[in-house]
Unconditional design. Structure first.
Length: 111
């Protein structure tokens, strides 16, 4: 059985989150959480929080055994982009794009 957790409108670029995702996709949840805990990137803390939420959903809503869960898939989609302007030379302005992400973690039991 598959269980998922979603974090929307996270203020980090999807490109930065996707670098982390490959390291834990397909592994057991315990191993994935351990790997995320020791990564220095900001995105690792965010993905860890969503993964813990998915495990809690599996335990509480579906009564699945937490020790037998694997990280089946992690999807990182781009959310809405915040557009800001920065003053530049000769009275011009340049656009700054502050990107957001939607992170979906899907866990499943090994059976």
């Amino acid at each position: 059985m598959e269980v998922k957790a979603v974090a929307k409108h996270v203020r980090i670029s999807p490109q930065k989150v996707r670098k982390i995702v490959g390291a834990i996709k397909g592994n057991r949840v315990e191993k994935g959480l351990n790997a995320l805990r020791f990564m220095p990137q900001k995105a690792s803390g965010i993905v860890e929080k969503v993964l813990k939420s998915a495990v809690a959903n599996a335990n509480h809503n579906n009564d699945l055994d937490v020790d037998s869960l694997i990280v089946k898939n992690i999807l990182v989609d781009s959310g809405p982009t915040l557009k800001r302007f920065r003053p530049r030379a000769r009275g011009r302005g340049s656009r700054i794009l502050k990107r957001t992400s939607h992170i979906t973690v899907i866990v499943a039991d090994q059976a």
